[in-house]
Design a protein around this ligand. Structure first.
Ligand code: SAM
Ligand code: SF4
Ligand code: SF4
Length: 375
């Protein structure tokens, strides 16, 4: 029996959602879909689980995500066949890059099977899909080889410090940093490259790790990216004074290892790039709080249970699983996706910058958590 046939439809009501209407006239996919602000659809992030073995305080604080927290039931999750079917439809509209995320994506059973299915898809212009995955690295040492063999091209590993005590405090499950470093080594060894390392900086908690992290990864093929602590979801106790603005972070590194800016080559790239003046590589900063980049945002997000979110800060999802399980044709679902993207006006971070703090741009109800929608 296939994974699809075993599905029992149970609606999960934790976030507001609606089922997209199927327009009477089909829209032919041209690979050039744009939203209401002229932004193309290029990047699809797929969350494959809402579970994680870490409890990073900026994402899944242990007071909330404790033993009483109710995760999505298995029957709510999109099957691999459903994910691949949707990926195929999104690609026809212009998606060129797919990132698997979560929760912790390596906790999803048989993730290699899904990777194998996605790796066979081609972009609208006939090229290989840019297929990647973001992981906390805890299971990577054992899985790097099988992920590569399944067709994964590269990985991004989250690493919030090198000091073991700081790292254990950040993951809040006492996980040793040495094991993530082994995962990074294994990924490099099997060629899951170019490797990216993401460090979320929480001012006053791990900012002392910035320079040691820069030192550790300069001169290697890995690109280290520093991410400003974001006000995503509503459980992580976000406060502006816990954000270290990227401009200050750059100053701190520049004082030790002089840096110069690099022009971004790819439109929609979230990180601003800097290179070491002595030629020992590059770093990136993702300044979602202090320098919004909504104007170029070409990312769609598919939640673990098949809801399409048009922004990381959305309150409301578009229930594609209902369409998949409602016996609609590919043409109908493709048209519904097109219409949903064409109506997109989300630009939360820009609106936050224009105001003085978190805003509520669209609708009400709980804002989605990072662990549900993926980073
Ligand atoms: N568990 C995997 C991991 O940690 O890499 C994948 C999912 S995680 C939600 C994806 C990315 O989001 C990670 O790099 C994580 O550091 C980042 N992230 C989570 N919460 C964040 C927040 N409040 N602000 C900035 N980045 C955040
Ligand atoms: Fe887990 Fe990743 Fe969130 Fe940390 S950031 S709690 S590793 S999903
Ligand atoms: Fe994109 Fe929303 Fe982030 Fe702006 S706030 S960059 S629209 S995900």
């Amino acid at each position: 029996m296939s994974e699809l046939q075993r599905i029992i439809p149970i609606a999960d009501q934790r976030y507001l959602s609606s089922v997209p209407a199927i327009p009477a006239e089909p829209v032919m996919a041209s690979g050039r879909l744009s939203d209401a602000l002229g932004r193309p659809l290029r990047d699809l992030r797929i969350s494959v689980t809402d579970r994680c073995n870490f409890r990073c305080s900026y994402c899944m604080p242990s007071e909330i995500f404790n033993k009483d927290y109710v995760y999505l039931p298995q029957s709510s999750l999109l099957s691999f066949e459903e994910i691949t079917r949707l990926a195929h439809l999104f690609i026809a509209h212009g998606v060129e890059k797919i990132r698997l995320t979560g929760g912790e994506p390596l906790l999803r059973k048989n993730i290699e099977v899904l990777i194998g299915m996605l790796a066979r898809l081609k972009t609208a212009s006939g090229r290989d899909l840019d297929l990647t995955l973001t992981t906390n690295g805890s299971l990577l040492a054992n899985k790097a080889r099988s992920l590569k063999d399944a067709g994964l091209q590269r990985v991004t590993v989250s690493l919030d410090g090198l000091d073991d005590a700081v790292f254990r405090q950040m993951n809040d499950v006492d996980f040793p940093v040495a094991d993530v470093l082994k995962g990074i080594e294994a990924a490099e060894k099997v060629g899951l490259a170019p490797l990216k390392i993401n460090m979320v900086v929480k001012n006053g908690t791990n900012d002392q790790e910035i320079v040691p992290m820069a030192q550790r990864f300069r001169g290697t093929s890995a690109v280290l990216r520093f991410i400003e602590f974001m006000d995503v979801g509503q459980t992580n106790g976000w406060r502006m004074d816990k954000v270290l603005p990227s401009a200050q972070l750059i100053e701190r590194i520049h004082a030790v290892y002089p840096l110069e800016p690099v022009q971004n080559a790819t439109p929609g790239e979230t990180a601003q790039r800097w290179r070491y003046a002595d030629g020992s590589g590059e770093i990136g900063v993702i300044s979602s709080v202090t320098q919004a980049f909504c104007g170029d945002c070409n990312r769609a997000r598919l939640s673990t249970e098949g809801k399409l979110f048009l922004c990381l800060f959305a309150h409301h999802g578009h229930d594609l699983r209902a369409l998949l399980r409602g016996a609609h044709s590919d043409a109908q679902i493709s048209t519904a996706i097109a219409q949903t993207w064409q109506q997109r006006r989300d630009r939360y971070s820009e609106l936050r910058t224009l105001g003085s703090g978190p805003v509520s741009p669209s609708g009400s109800g709980p804002r989605v958590e990072m662990s549900y929608i993926g980073g």
